[in-house]
Write a protein of this length. Structure first.
Length: 330
């Protein structure tokens, strides 16, 4: 039976999530990749154990993480039952609904029927009575925002979620949603959005500024741009890389010669800071205190340890920031 490291809380920084009472580790672990039925179960356990032993208490899932859909939650639930259950009250477990999950008109988007049914399924797969955070996974252009936010409020009122969050929203829609949730007295605390040196969408669509104004947290996913902001591609595309083996999220066309030149220059800048490119990319996201936590993935335990190093140096000079902007903005 797994026993957590006694010094686990000495290795991580914890950041208040907006104006709420909730604190998140500066580095959180996402189970988007490597925890589905194509993963190796013993490796999943070692990744989770390494994360928790180093103070990562937040594990982020969604209903359709896999493959197959639901399998990441199922595998996580098995590990929770067999190994981590005694630490449940030390863990922050989140899940989401909003993307395609099952066939028919009720298995997608943002209806009340879909969200609450999906949450029930997620809880069953993980063997939980509640999740700590339940997110709506993306904006729905057709369902009234009042219905979707009402479903999130119902999840809390029923005791099946402690807090709620929004994922992949923009600034204007966030502001409207926050007003509805405030009227419903629903504890909305966090936004989850893609953010990296190479993806500044939340700076352009108002999400980052609005979250700061409303005093809500942000957790950033894909902080390494699906591996581009690592040393993985400095010499080209390895045969065993994600580009070659799984083109769903990172396509070969994304790694142009121009992009490769920028990656190499960013790598040199990171080296000058005494960091790897990945460490600098994570540190950059945390630099201004607006982003609460960075959500990392891992295919092996060593990657978790490498990512945690990023919290040791989140200070950047004006010249470093200017150079990063030059190399990242199109």
């Amino acid at each position: 039976m797994y026993q957590a490291a006694n010094d686990r809380y000495e290795k991580m920084a914890y950041v208040r999530c907006g104006k709420s009472g909730l604190k998140l580790p500066a580095i959180s672990l996402g189970l988007w990749h490597n925890f589905g039925d194509t993963g190796v179960y013993e490796n999943m356990k070692e990744i989770l154990f390494t994360a928790f032993d180093n103070g990562i208490v937040h594990f982020d899932l969604a209903n359709n993480y896999g493959p197959a859909y639901g399998s990441a939650e199922k595998n996580f639930g098995k590990i929770l039952k067999e190994e981590l259950g005694m630490y449940r009250d030390e863990l922050l477990i989140s899940t989401k609904a909003g993307f395609d999950m099952w066939e028919g008109p009720y298995g997608n988007w943002g209806s009340r029927k879909y969200l609450l049914s999906s949450l029930d399924q997620s809880l069953k797969r993980m063997g939980l009575d509640y999740v700590d955070i339940f997110y709506h996974h993306r904006m729905d252009p057709e369902t009234p925002l009042e219905e979707t936010m009402g479903a999130l409020a119902s999840a809390v009122q029923s005791g099946k979620a402690l807090y709620v969050g929004l994922s992949n929203y923009d600034g204007p829609t966030l502001e409207k949603a926050e007003a509805i949730l405030r009227d419903l007295k629903c504890p909305f605390v966090i936004n989850q959005n893609r953010y990296s040196i190479f993806d500044r969408t939340i700076e352009k669509n108002g999400l980052k500024d609005t979250a700061k104004k409303l005093e809500k947290g942000i957790i950033a996913f894909s902080p390494l741009a699906q591996g581009l902001l690592t040393d993985r591609y400095l010499k080209g595309i390895p045969e065993d890389s994600r580009i070659m083996t799984d083109g769903r999220f990172l396509k070969k066309s994304a790694l142009t010669e121009e992009k490769l030149v920028k990656i190499r220059e960013l790598n040199g800048l990171a080296a000058g800071r005494g960091q790897t490119l990945a460490e600098m990319a994570l540190s950059w996201i945390l630099k201004d205190g607006i982003v609460t936590s960075v959500l990392v993935g891992a295919s092996k335990p060593e990657q978790v340890l490498d990512n945690i190093k990023a919290i040791q140096n989140t200070e950047f000079t004006e010249e470093e920031l200017r150079k990063i902007d030059e190399l990242s903005l199109d």
